[in-house]
Design a protein around this ligand. Sequence first.
Ligand SMILES: Cc1cc2nc3c(=O)[nH]c(=O)nc-3n(C[C@H](O)[C@H](O)[C@H](O)COP(=O)(O)OP(=O)(O)OC[C@H]3O[C@@H](n4cnc5c(N)ncnc54)[C@H](O)[C@@H]3O)c2cc1C
Length: 547
Amino acid sequence: MNISARFDTNEVFNQSPAYENIDLFLSDLPLREAVRANGAAQEEAALSAFGRQLGTAEVFALARRANENPPKLYTFDPKGFRRDVIEFHPAYHDFMRASTAAGLHASTWTTSGARAAPPAEVARAARYYMTAQIESGHLCPITMTRAALRTLGAAPALLAQVAPKVVATSYDPAFRPWWEKTGMTIGMGMTEKQGGTDVRANITTATPTGDFYTIVGHKWFLSAPMCDAFLVLAQAPGGLTCFFVPRFKPDGSVNGLRLQRLKDKLGNRSNASSEVEFAGAYALRVGDEGAGVRTIIQMVQLTRLDCVLASAGFMRMALAQAVHHCRHRAVFQKHLYDQPMMRVVLADLALEMEGAVALAMRLARAFDHAASDPREAAYARLVTPAAKYWICKAAPTFIFEAIECLGGNGYVEESVLPRLYREAPVNAIWEGPSNVMCLDVLRALKRDKEAADLFDELAREAAPVIGKDAAFLELTNEFESEAAARVTVGKLAAIAAAAALAASAPAAVVDAFARTRLVRSRGPFYGADGIEAPTAGILLRRALPEN
Ligand SMILES: Cc1cc2nc3c(=O)[nH]c(=O)nc-3n(C[C@H](O)[C@H](O)[C@H](O)COP(=O)(O)OP(=O)(O)OC[C@H]3O[C@@H](n4cnc5c(N)ncnc54)[C@H](O)[C@@H]3O)c2cc1C
């Protein structure tokens, strides 16, 4: 037998076909239901077109390339002059172009910087969630840009100039002053070496200099440093203040931002995160002196929503890959999908996903209506940190379980899952880590009567699905305890997810969620709780169409 004939016998079988060329919207029934339940039914056709475009083999390959070729910092030119520019792989620019064209960076705003009408938030949330499934590094500047407009509301004259450039749907990566470009991006700088959570520990100074301020100091994390401007916290004479720091000064010269190096990160490889020194940088004040935290926190509320959406998106891709693979892979003469224990593991993952996507879209609806409805404003205030804690914390272990469903195939880079796994922890860390989110919920419950009432209301809403006797609903005496905050906030998030599911999913799903997540305390791992076979069947058919 010649060598080539011998290799012909090495037939590949019992491997799943590539999970690609899918409509990320149509194939995701829980998402479709949540979009409908939260007021965006009219967007379904457009969302399906978006999901189909994103789910192609070409776009999967583009995402791989954007992450295999991380950005590079060029601090100096060959003759020693400062450059401070970042170069990205063309695949990264392709994602920036596509997400900007789809309005992920600004579709919730009008060209004057006012809020766009509902369901702008839910429609964007669905697109964001689908995009995160494919490539999430580029979403960092996209998120910050859309959130920055909220904070710029504190500087109306500046907002009026900047908003049309931000809202434009053309991506312009040129290193030029923002006013000469067709579109612009905005980043943010708060974290310093000596303090991230504790931003009041900032030591960067802002000195009034005529009609602007001069910034001297540093930021320890400044992501997407090629943005056209940054919202930065610095100590002005009147206290910690928010500033708009553009890459170019009004005379067209490069502003004093000195990029020191790029972080070598666990994941998030396609995105650049830098350390920066401000060497007498030109800056404009946003809001009053001393009101820095109050001003920038407006933006952080929106970026936290995106952390929720991105983590839910990672979970969705992991789940879809796991279910798809198990439907094709046979072990001991039976597809993995039909092995009783694997079915329960997959169904438990699908159930977690149901809660996550229902809650994420319900939260987006609260942002749609917060300006006109105090209850929705209270929902956004209370549930944003709770959902960020709960969903972003769940994502890494969820993805790990999905990796195991694929066995060795899941551990290799081409399966997409390792990238998701490396990416997932960042959403729990940036924009406020888990403990900080839990403390934020306690703060809202103590200070905001509407938020505390809403907590009781959500518990009442969830009561029928939990059952009257459930000790789970005894919550109200726990608000004071920081030590118990994770328990309190975990309950709040699970209750909010159950209530969101009750409005969008069939009774069997709501019942299974309540039984396994609320009435009983869960085992530490997926599949440990035992979901009955008929419920598992429902959950798995909903997770991915069986064709
Ligand atoms: C990839 C990446 C990109 C980033 N990009 C940016 C950026 O563009 N701009 C920016 O400003 N920042 C950025 N950050 C920084 C990020 O926002 C901070 O890392 C984060 O806010 C946490 O701050 P810290 O790292 O200083 O941790 P710390 O504040 O030191 O917190 C450490 C731990 O202590 C916990 N903790 C804090 N306070 C309490 C408390 N009172 N009780 C109990 N536990 C507590 C926290 O939950 C956390 O687990 C980025 C971070 C990463 C990883």
